[in-house]
Design a protein around this ligand. Structure first.
Ligand code: C2E
Ligand code: CA
Ligand code: CA
Length: 666
């Protein structure tokens, strides 16, 4: 039996060692969290049990003192319990007032150590007291002592399940004194009691150790699960490339800071940055280099962040920053300038040195909108404004922008009118062949005279229709109208029609275009569809497929506004095009050396690729002469003729013949 106890105690100590080693190992591994977590969980589980334990010891001790009051000396029945019970009371109150959930890891560990120490001292006190009382009284009183000691030790093991160190200390102290004491008593009954108690204790200790091992496993499992949940949450809110917070976390933080702002009144600023030259870098050097550039940009931004500043990659080459507790409005502007400065510094990679540059939009809360969502939209609008009007600059959202937004919203609302297509008409601008001295085709340009908003330019309402999802209706309706009106043109004059960037990537729109052309009485080989680079940049593969479908039908495809995008050249080679339209901005400067060089280059390109070339925005005779000299034979612009309704155009053709401009100058 003793052997078994020894083994179990050894086992217990071994278990304890093992556990301690395990904890030590985890600690050494840097997994301090588990170590702290287990101590905190021990504290939480122990709290109610320890309070009951002290209550139980106190009641048992009072009962023992009571049964021995008349037979034992007063110092034993009153003085000793009078010293031990207040300790139990104080410890009980202490445990009762404990807030284990709030204890730090280190605090939890120190509480547990202290508890083990107090338990050891109290065990020595009570067992010595019990054995001292055993020398007084008859068999009943001695039996009571045996019950007191045995029951109390079992209660200790039960209540201290989550602190096996303390439970084992109590067992060793109590059993280590009680068993030898009974064994040497020579009394058969006490010897039998000693064996009984010993056996029960061994079983109890085994259960205790097993339960504790299960408890450790459970906590470990929970800690691991929690770690995985947190790791997943962290991954879900981190941009995997740059390591910066992603859009999701950014918006979450913005939401919570905006909510805080309503109580603390501190100003918030939000800025969005978009890299100006990232796309060409990606296209020219490939995605690996593009990624490295983004990583470097992310690193630079991360260096600028602090507790009140969150940077995030919002997607693609767009980055956001939100700042709270602004002391001065100018602080945000200062930070934005710093960001801009950082993003304009060259990124030095192994073989290349690249400059991305950036445009930005900045908005303040509460001035710029009454919610996180609105603030974001305002900053986005300001960014869009920079991109459109002053690339490379940072625009601060202003009242003027607010009015613009209201105007755009009104346009979007009006576009939802069922009668919208009846409010629109198409004007036609001639494209002139200088060699044949005749109109080769006319470009249809939409006009909208809204009864409520007045005349609105196509640039504005096309963009609004794209935003509010009405572009499909507009494109198809206007195309049908243009095809219908173009039937009255002389057969040798073709029709050019503009597509929006959204049209080509929507297979539904492409199908509708094809059926509109088929349904019209207009020959597909007289139709040219003009598209801009933006359409190609959105989804090159879809655009490529759509262009091929249209060309199979005999429709010609023109690349509009050539040269205004960033990677025009890379697209031209890869697409089955028919015509390139040189943007007005190049024709405007054609008299300069640089302007004429650019036009010459484009013309050479067209010649090499066997494409026709149309010069847009021709306004002066000298521009026409220069273009002719350089070999560009298709011109379009106010000099040839402004866009006019079909009836007016037909009238001019009838009165002046097909030769408009040259007849005029001849
Ligand atoms: P775009 O396709 O580049 O059309 C040429 C624009 O330049 C037209 O402006 C035209 O009026 C103007 N323009 C022509 N010659 C000259 C000139 O000599 N000098 C100057 N200063 N301007 C000239 P508009 O009609 O305001 O159209 C603007 C843009 O709206 C068009 O640019 C086109 O991208 C878009 N658009 C027009 N109609 C439609 C349409 O039905 N569908 C789509 N998706 N877009 C359209
Ligand atoms: Ca056009
Ligand atoms: Ca154009």
């Amino acid at each position: 039996m003793f052997h078994s106890l020894n083994r179990d105690i050894r086992n217990g100590v071994w278990h304890m060692k093992l556990l301690r080693n395990e904890i030590k190992f985890l600690k050494e591994l840097g997994d301090r969290r588990f170590y702290g977590q287990i101590a905190t969980r021990q504290l939480i589980e122990l709290q109610p049990q320890v309070i009951w334990l002290y209550a139980l010891i106190s009641v048992n001790a009072c009962a023992l003192a009571f049964t021995h009051y008349s037979i034992a000396p007063v110092w034993l029945t009153i003085a000793v319990p009078g010293a031990l019970l207040p300790i139990c009371l104080i410890r009980g109150i202490h445990w009762w007032s404990l807030r284990p959930h709030e204890a730090s890891d280190a605090e939890a560990v120190s509480y547990l150590r202290r508890t083990s120490l107090v338990t050891a001292l109290l065990s020595i006190g009570f067992v010595s007291w019990g054995l001292a009382l055993d020398t007084y009284g008859g068999p009943y009183e001695r039996g009571h002592v045996a019950v007191f000691v045995a029951i109390t030790v079992i209660a200790c093991i039960f209540c201290l399940t989550h602190l096996p160190a303390a439970a084992l200390i109590v067992t060793i102290i109590v059993m280590g004194s009680l068993i030898p004491y009974y064994l040497i008593s020579g009394n058969d009954v006490f010897i039998a009691i000693a064996f009984n108690v010993l056996f029960v204790t061994i079983v109890m200790v085994r259960i205790l150790l097993r339960n504790y091992a299960d408890f450790v496993r459970l906590v470990k499992f929970q800690t691991e699960t929690q770690r995985l949940i947190e790791e997943n949450a962290a991954l879900a809110s981190t941009d995997s490339l740059t390591g910066l917070p992603n859009r999701r976390l950014f918006l979450k933080r913005l939401d919570s800071w905006v909510a805080d702002q309503r109580t603390n009144g501190n100003e918030i600023a939000l800025a969005i940055f978009d890299l100006d030259h990232f796309k060409p870098i990606n296209d020219t050097y490939g995605h690996l280099i593009g990624d490295q550039v983004l990583i470097e940009i992310g690193r630079r931004l991360a260096e600028l962040s602090d507790a009140n500043t969150v940077f995030a990659r919002l997607g693609g080459d767009e980055f956001g920053v939100v700042v709270r507790q602004l002391k001065n409005v100018s602080d945000a502007r200062f930070l934005c300038d710093k960001i801009s400065h950082e993003l304009n510094k060259p990124v030095i990679l192994e073989r290349v040195q690249l400059v991305t540059g950036c445009s930005g939009g900045l908005a303040y809360f509460p001035e710029g909108g009454c919610s996180a969502h609105e603030l974001f939209d305002r900053a986005d609008y300001a960014l869009y404004y920079s991109k459109e009007n002053s690339r490379g600059a940072i625009t601060t959202f202003s009242d003027e922008h607010e009015n613009n937004i209201r105007g755009e919203r009104a346009i979007e609302a009006a576009l939802h009118d069922n009668d919208i297509l009846n409010e629109m008409e198409i004007h036609y601008q001639p494209i002139f062949n200088t060699r044949l001295r005749s109109i080769s085709s006319v470009e249809g340009l939409a006009r909208w005279n809204s009864p409520s908003l007045g005349s609105i330019g196509p640039d504005r309402f096309i963009a609004a229709a794209e935003r509010c999802g009405r572009i499909h209706t507009l494109t198809i309706g206007l195309l049908r109208k243009a095809l219908d009106e173009a039937r009255s043109l002389p057969e040798e004059i073709g029709l050019s029609f503009n597509l929006s960037a959204h049209d080509l990537i929507s297979s539904a729109t492409v199908i509708s275009i094809v059926s509109a052309v088929r349904a019209s009485k207009f020959a597909p080989n007289r139709l040219t569809l003009e598209l801009t680079e933006t359409a190609l940049m959105r989804d090159f593969e879809a655009a490529h497929a759509a262009i091929s479908t249209l060309r199979e039908l005999g429709i010609k495809v023109a690349l509009d506004d050539f040269g205004t995008g960033y990677s025009s050249l890379s697209y031209v080679h890869r697409l089955p095009l028919d015509i390139i339209k040189i943007d007005r901005s190049f024709i405007l400067n054609i008299d300069s050396k640089l302007g004429s060089d650019i036009v010459t280059t484009v013309l050479n390109l067209c010649e090499n690729l066997n494409l026709e070339c149309v010069a847009e925005g021709v306004e002066t005779d000298s521009q026409v002469n220069k273009l002719q000299l350089l070999g560009c034979h298709y011109v379009q612009g106010y000099l040839i003729g402004k866009p006019v309704p079909m009836q007016e155009l037909l009238l001019r053709i009838q009165t002046k013949g097909k030769i408009l401009y040259f007849q005029r100058t001849a």
